[in-house]
Design a protein around this ligand. Sequence first.
Ligand code: AHG
Ligand code: MN
Ligand code: MN
Ligand code: MN
Length: 337
Amino acid sequence: TPEEMPSTDLITLTRHVLAEQFRLGSTATGDLTSLLIAIQVTSKFIANNVRKARLINLIGLAGETNVQGEEQKKLDVLSNDIMVNALRASGKTAVLVSEELDDPVIISDPRLKGRYCVVFDPLDGSSNIDAGVNIGTIFGIYKVRDGSTGTVEDVLRPGREMVAAGYTMYGSSANLVLSTGNGVNGYTLDNALGEFILTHPDIKIPPRGKIYSFNEGNSCFFHPPVINYLNSIKFPANNKPYSARYIGSMVADVHRTLLYGGIFGYPDDKKSKKGKLRLLYEAYPMAFLTEQAGGLATTGRMRVLDVEPTSIHDRSPIFLGSKEDVQDVMKFYEEYD
Ligand code: AHG
Ligand code: MN
Ligand code: MN
Ligand code: MN
């Protein structure tokens, strides 16, 4: 039999988001397309720095502490600066919120001001940088409300109002996963071409998985519904316990969960009263992607995307992944309340 030829019809991220814009017809101005193209460039730039980090002295602490009280790594600061610069220069943004900046950035220059707000975690998984373990970037996009000039109120909105969300994982390859509210697509960076190529079209989470992903080192602080749920999958009646996988980079743990199924959780506990993960730029984008892929994301008691934020660095408990697995954890909360 003749061997198959390599494809000559590459679907790049740019081509794919343009196709989506054309699908929407004259209602789409192309501003979101331009913004997404700007974001993918930041991911290439960050990926390049991540790959060289050990060689160019990008490992270690930057010397400052962020508003959450975390010591910033050099790569946290560099990635933040890369994103702020590129998003401002895109001319498509009005408000930027970053994990690494205490206050929102309001774009005031009328020549650069656009209609979108971007909330982002420039470098997720900081504790894994120095060991060369997978890290990532997370982003969510809101459109400014009708009549607004772009204020913090435009981002203090529930995640269900996001128009797009995504992440890039810097791993054995750089993978950008994106949803504009019409399913989820994954792209892999071809380093030779410098382009993200569509490799994972229409990602759907399996309805049930076999993997759980929690930091069980915090078990002594966990509340009863979480402890009881974890016991149910570790000591099951059918003698088929779940496998444990926990990387400690939300991007990597969620990426695996989207592709393989299962559940990722970072609950609130006796020590972290609202959990650890930040609503705007960690929980919402990942919840948005998970729902778009056919899964669920809950705080235990309510849909993550329906939580109303009160400040830009708010935290929230989160459980996300395969529909049936997340429904199981919700049952333990119902029984307990
Ligand atoms: P960041 O590096 O952006 O501050 O985020 C760290 C987060 C997230 O990536 C991960 O899921 C979680 O922290 C891990 O926390 P623990 O070390 O407490 O398990
Ligand atoms: Mn951090
Ligand atoms: Mn993070
Ligand atoms: Mn971060």
